[in-house]
Design a protein around this ligand. Structure first.
Ligand SMILES: Nc1ncnc2c1ncn2[C@@H]1O[C@H](COP(=O)(O)OP(=O)(O)OP(=O)(O)O)[C@@H](O)[C@H]1O
Length: 233
């Protein structure tokens, strides 16, 4: 369970305020125009930004000022998620232990997630020896191996070609269902959002301008559809 109560963040020109409640295991797409505050919302939940006021509750505990590493949250960015001098195995291992001292149980957890994500033959490669899709797969594996209940994805697959993007979305959806993860995923594509999230938020000018069913957005019937460039039939 995730709750944001009047969480504010002040950039000089754009005060932002978010109130939001998500059930455990709920998948939510975060949509809206460029510069509206989508990444800011995720960064507040992850703890990379500390709110000026308001309250953040995750899994029944207040985390408004908890540092990112101590929040029950994993976050995946659009790019630059991996350490270039570390192998795939080490990059995933960082999700389990910052000093990479893994015990037997952690080692087997790492191997299991690598197999689930189809990375078992790539474990000794460096990121530069991987394709863009494989790199994001490794980054996602590092998030998932931490087994945190909240997963935040900030346009994670937008640099990938459409077929690979669909494949990654299907993978995320399956993992979220299996592990009952609460997902917030920023996307520029309502179609991508619809594949993975029944519920969407539309952020505009630092506020949640709309919160409802993704299919209502897609149909173009909602007042905010226009904001996303969707026209009703
Ligand atoms: N560190 C910062 N200092 C000042 N302003 C910032 C900072 N980071 C972001 N902003 C501004 O805050 C606003 C919201 O940024 P944010 O990155 O949350 O938007 P976004 O909806 O994720 O946009 P995009 O879709 O383009 O990634 C933008 O106007 C941005 O220029």
């Amino acid at each position: 369970m995730l709750r944001l109560i009047d969480v504010t963040w002040l950039y000089q020109h754009l005060p932002m305020r978010f109130t939001l409640s998500a059930k455990q295991g709920e998948q939510i797409a975060v949509l809206g125009p460029s510069g509206a505050g989508k990444s800011t919302l995720l960064n507040l939940v992850a703890g990379f930004l500390t709110p000026a006021s308001g309250t953040i509750v995750i899994e029944g505990e207040e985390h408004t000022t908890t540092p990112p590493s101590r929040r029950p949250v994993s976050m995946l960015f659009q790019e630059n998620n991996l350490f270039t001098h570390l192998t795939v195995r080490q990059n995933i291992g960082l999700g389990l232990h910052p000093g990479l001292k893994l015990n037997a149980e952690q080692q087997s957890k790492l191997n299991l997630i690598a197999t689930t994500m189809g990375l078992e033959t790539l474990l000794d490669r460096l990121p530069e020896q991987l394709s863009g899709g494989q790199r994001q797969r490794v980054a996602l594996a590092r998030c998932l191996v931490r087994e945190q209940p909240v997963l935040l994805l900030d346009e994670p697959f937008s640099a990938l070609d459409p077929a690979l993007r669909q494949e990654m979305l299907a993978l995320v959806q399956e993992v979220c269902r299996r592990q009952q993860l609460t997902l917030l995923m920023v996307s520029h594509s309502v179609e991508d959002a619809a594949r993975i999230a029944a519920r969407s938020l539309v952020i505009a000018d630092g506020r949640i301008a709309w919160d409802g069913l993704t299919r209502d957005l897609l149909s173009g019937k909602s007042a905010v559809s226009e904001l996303l460039g969707i026209r009703g039939q």
